[in-house]
Design a protein around this ligand. Structure first.
Ligand code: HAM
Length: 427
């Protein structure tokens, strides 16, 4: 039997790769616009990093980490998320001392051993942004705005932003007590895991996937989080800021984040086309993580979006015209094989101007080349024949729009470089 990719992992090829590149490009471009610079961290990390940040009682740590010992006996994990790695790197490279406030953007695969289903993978891909070194509510506003802008830029037109505050650590202690008090009479009806969570980290009961626990845990109105005056003021500032930025949100929904490091503002973005439970992007403030990982006491805020889910949510909204827009570069077809050298010279000129270009080297018929051009996803097909060469002209057809024109060979590269280059950059 032929070998297949592992469950919960996917190969990307053909047009799918173009769609992914467009999402990656949009996220990178907008993150840069908002002052975030890119960081790339390793896919493997010391297991302790996630135990200390994501939280020992979370599903991610208890059930979902790909964890193994290397030959030296070190506990290694495939990273399940980006935030902890970014904070580690922030400290390891002394950005706390050299930069203080750092805005970092990242993109890449994450790994969680979840049961695969629609929109849930074992290797999935996130783009994300972390603003480390500030407690200002404006940082929350800016990052949530960026998150929504990227989704819009990727064609996810209708989003619901759920916004909440989990309060500071003191608030969380008070809220945990209140939640325990409410759940205590039902303790016997909770699953074994939730009974353990009840003492260790009662908020994780809110996150339980068992329907019976879910029903008991969520049988109340409003938020399970009690906020002190300072956290209320922070939350009000975030809401005001978002209103000013024109970002609609719903602060009446309560939801549980699956990671322990959050304080104050948390948010999830839901989108049409995904299951009711699943968010396309999510994040929040984590004001203690930098200190807990050995750094100074500074606030931080971030978010991450799953690229697979962004594309699922975008698909319904992508207009057919986008297929034409995704075409890039030039396929140079030649009417006879002895024009290969001349054709190669022409595509090299295009490439030197940054225009993707390709041609056939196997003496295929013109018809076969034109078929191949269409399949190749190129924006233009240019046909070079002996007669054209003699007249120093070449015919260019725009495969996206269907229009055709004949231009002077001397100005061929200029004719193409404008539009083809632009479409390359927009992909
Ligand atoms: P998260 O909510 O665990 O947060 O994941 C963020 C996004 O990653 C989700 O909204 C979803 O789109 C995607 N995602 C998560 N798990 C899977 C999966 N198994 N398959 C496909 N997509 C998935 C975090 O990871 C935090 N680090 C976000 C953050 C950044 N908070 C502060 N800074």
């Amino acid at each position: 039997m032929a070998l297949q990719s592992l469950r919960g992992t996917t190969d990307l090829l053909g047009e799918t790769v173009h769609q992914w590149s467009r999402v990656e490009h949009t996220a990178r471009r907008l993150a840069k616009l908002y002052g975030y610079s890119e960081i790339r961290t390793p896919l493997i990390e010391d297991a302790a990093l996630f135990l200390r940040s994501v939280g020992e009682t979370t599903d991610i740590i208890q059930k979902e980490m790909f964890r193994f010992e290397d030959r030296g006996g070190h506990e290694i994990v495939l990273r399940p998320e980006g935030t902890a790695s970014i904070v580690r790197a922030y400290l390891e490279h002394h950005l706390d001392k050299n930069q203080g406030f750092a805005k970092l953007f990242y993109l890449g695969p994450m790994f969680r051993a979840e049961r695969p289903q629609a929109g849930r993978f074992r290797q999935f891909h996130q783009y994300g942004a972390e603003a480390i070194g500030s407690s200002s509510p404006w940082v929350d506003v800016e990052a949530i705005t960026l998150c929504v802008e990227i989704l819009r830029g990727c064609g996810v037109a209708s989003t619901d932003v759920w916004l909440s505050s989990m309060g500071c650590r003191d608030d969380q202690r008070r809220s945990a007590e209140a939640l325990r008090k409410r759940l205590r009479p039902h303790l016997g009806k909770l699953c074994k895991e939730c009974q353990a969570r009840f003492e260790k980290n009662v908020f994780r009961v809110l996150d339980c996937k068992n329907p019976a626990c879910h029903e008991i845990a969520w049988d109340f109105k409003g938020s399970p989080f009690l906020l002190c005056d300072a956290c209320t003021a922070h939350f009000n500032d975030v809401r005001q800021g978002l209103k000013g930025a024109g970002i609609a949100y719903d602060d009446t929904k309560t939801f549980a984040r699956g990671l322990d490091y959050y304080t104050r503002t948390v948010f999830e973005v839901r989108a049409k086309g995904l299951g009711a439970q699943d968010a396309v992007a999510a994040g929040g403030r984590y004001d203690h993580l930098v200190e807990e990982l050995g750094g100074p006491s500074v606030g931080a805020f971030g978010f991450a979006a799953g690229i697979e889910r962004v594309l699922m949510a975008a698909s319904g909204d992508v207009k057919p015209a986008d297929a034409a827009a995704s075409r890039r570069g030039v396929y140079l077809a030649i009417a006879q094989p002895d024009l290969t050298g001349e054709g190669f010279r022409l595509i090299q000129t295009l490439r030197s101007r940054g225009v993707p270009a390709t041609m056939d080297y196997d003496s295929k018929s013109l018809k076969a080349q034109l078929r191949e051009a269409d399949k190749s996803g190129c924006q233009f097909v240019a046909v070079l024949g002996a007669k054209e060469l003699q007249e120093q002209t070449i015919t260019i057809k725009d495969l996206g729009q269907g229009s055709q024109r004949t231009v002077r060979l001397a100005s061929f590269a200029e004719e193409i470089a404008g539009p083809a280059k632009a479409s390359c950059h927009s992909s």
